[in-house]
Design a binder for this molecule. Structure first.
Ligand code: 3EB
Length: 333
């Protein structure tokens, strides 16, 4: 076995023998070319255009790129990958890692709350029954995320459904997560996840109240996620991070200042993990609410990041109306 992260497997304790190296990168190759490789665990094609692929490893994410960035994210493992599907759930596994995705049509699932509950029940059921039974990281994309007033806001309903789905399986150790609004097909709920054969270690941010402890003003059900997850290969999987200090959103109407605050939050997560700054092996996804904010966001990235850090800017809505930018990503190495 070889690859840049291979040495990690000899790691700090003896239980990591089955976890192969995992790499995540943004790519220009057609999905077909990436999927030909048996080491490819997942391919996420941004923009969502085209027919759904037949390969369970391929997911079309309905968030458009904001010009110029590489159109696909590829997860590859230092192992042979197998894949399949079972109803609405599609999966791939190799090297102690598992990619699982579910797409539901809310119209067939009695609305966003019921659809979210169902997605999480199916996801947890599948992951728990597999050798890669430790859920590490989940992405959630739903449309019209900020539609609905007060507690009827769709994001809040999503949070309630997610919590019910997790509670149905008595999940109390939350994964790292992202929840973003898409402008794609109406009623499409997309949930995809990474799980592993070994547990990760969840990490919180001392600058922020833990999401599951958010006060009542943000909705009847606090969001069920950890700020980051130290994966069993010691990489850090970072949740969607925005300009939230304590539990409050800061810098209303100022996307540049929100991006700066987001980097302060990201910096704290790195510091708490004992990890150096983001580098060429730290792919980041930057979600931007308004297309016209892209230049200001790029300027903020240039202020905070080494130019070697791989970034993609995606057009998507952040789960609180006043938040204009959110960043998630990985720090390997
Ligand atoms: C925040 O800090 C911003 O509901 O899964 C970030 C990451 C946010 C994940 C989720 C929400 C979620 O609360 C919003």
């Amino acid at each position: 076995m070889h690859g840049p992260h291979a040495a990690r497997r000899q790691g700090r304790h003896g239980t990591l023998g089955e976890i192969a190296a995992l790499q995540v990168s943004y790519r220009d190759e057609p999905a077909q070319v990436l999927l030909e490789r048996t080491s490819t665990l997942a391919v996420l094609s941004f923009g969502g255009a085209g027919a759904p692929g037949s390969d369970p490893r391929h997911l079309r994410v309905p968030l458009p790129l904001l010009a110029g960035d590489l159109p696909r994210e590829c997860w590859s493992v230092d192992a042979e990958v197998s894949s399949g599907s079972c109803g609405e759930l599609r999966w791939a596994t190799g090297g102690g890692w598992r990619f699982a995705s579910i797409e539901l049509d809310e119209a067939c699932a009695d609305g966003i709350e019921a659809a979210s509950k169902r997605a999480y029940q199916l996801l947890i059921e599948h992951v728990r029954a597999s050798p890669e039974c430790h859920l590490q990281r989940v992405w959630n994309y739903l449309d019209a995320i900020n539609a609905g007033a007060g507690d009827a806001e769709r994001y809040r309903l999503f949070c309630s459904g997610r919590a019910q789905g997790l509670a149905a399986h008595a999940v109390t150790r939350y994964p790292a997560a992202t929840a973003i609004g898409h402008h794609g097909p109406r009623g499409l709920l997309q949930v995809y996840a990474l799980s592993a054969a070994e547990p990760g270690v969840a990490l919180e941010n001392p600058r922020q109240v833990s999401a599951w402890k958010y006060p009542r003003e943000y909705g009847p059900t606090a969001p069920s996620f950890a700020r980051a997850m130290r994966l069993p290969n010691f990489a850090l999987a970072i949740s969607g991070t925005a300009a939230v200090i304590g539990h409050a959103s800061h810098h209303h109407g100022d996307v540049g200042a929100q991006a700066d605050e987001t980097f302060a939050n990201l910096g704290m997560l790195l510091e708490r993990s004992g990890l150096p700054a983001f580098d060429a092996e730290s792919p980041l996804k930057v979600y931007v609410r308004h297309r016209e904010d892209a230049p200001a966001v790029r300027a903020a990235l240039a202020r905070h990041l080494d130019p070697a850090v791989p970034c993609v800017l995606l057009h998507g809505d952040i789960c609180r109306k006043e938040l204009l930018v959110e960043i998630d990503g990985w720090r390997f190495g």
